[in-house]
Ligand binder design. Structure first.
Ligand code: FES
Ligand code: FES
Length: 162
């Protein structure tokens, strides 16, 4: 088996990063193991559960389905960066208030995916929220509280009532 490694550079949560990384290493493993950004979780490791969701060049991706070397030159944002910037503060508060998390394993990916929908603006229907989050699995909450939280934030951002 090849142990080829390559030098890559990325901007991760606003910070420039240069690392030598195994060519076969996934983006989420690189973020967690090499950069210590363990907020992105690893569940199924084959693109099904959404626990590894991160943003690359502004679009959400499965961190387990991309190689770190594919993101050479890219801008990567993880839950740590999105949280520190305050971009998700209202979503995080709504998740807490509405018990939209229990074990929290799905939560970083769920928040990142929800924000991807909400930053498009407007108030999506509950069906649209469900559809957008359908690639993010939660084993704990039964989803209703998550949909409630996302809907409430959409309404609040649009200036409506919670
Ligand atoms: S760990 Fe990537 S989708 Fe499940
Ligand atoms: S809160 Fe446990 S998996 Fe979603």
């Amino acid at each position: 088996m090849s142990d080829l490694s390559l030098d890559i550079s990325q901007t991760v949560n606003g910070e420039p990063v240069r690392e030598r990384v195994e060519a076969r290493k996934t983006l989420v493993d690189f973020l967690r193991e090499d950069l210590g950004l363990t907020g992105s979780h690893v569940g199924c490791e084959h693109g099904v559960c959404g626990a590894c969701t991160v943003r690359v060049n502004g679009e959400i991706v499965r961190g387990c389905l991309m190689l770190a070397v594919q993101c050479d030159g890219a801008t990567v944002e993880t839950i740590e960066g999105l949280s520190d910037s305050g971009e998700l503060a209202d979503l995080q508060a709504a998740f807490e208030q509405r018990n939209a998390l229990q074990c929290g394993y799905c939560t970083p990916g769920m928040l990142t995916a929800a924000q991807d929908l909400l930053k498009r603006g407007g108030v999506p229907s509950r069906d649209a929220i469900r559809e957008h989050l359908s690639g993010n699995y939660c084993r704990c909450t039964g989803y209703h509280a998550i949909i409630d939280a996302v809907e409430a934030v959409a309404q609040a951002r649009a200036g409506g009532n919670k």
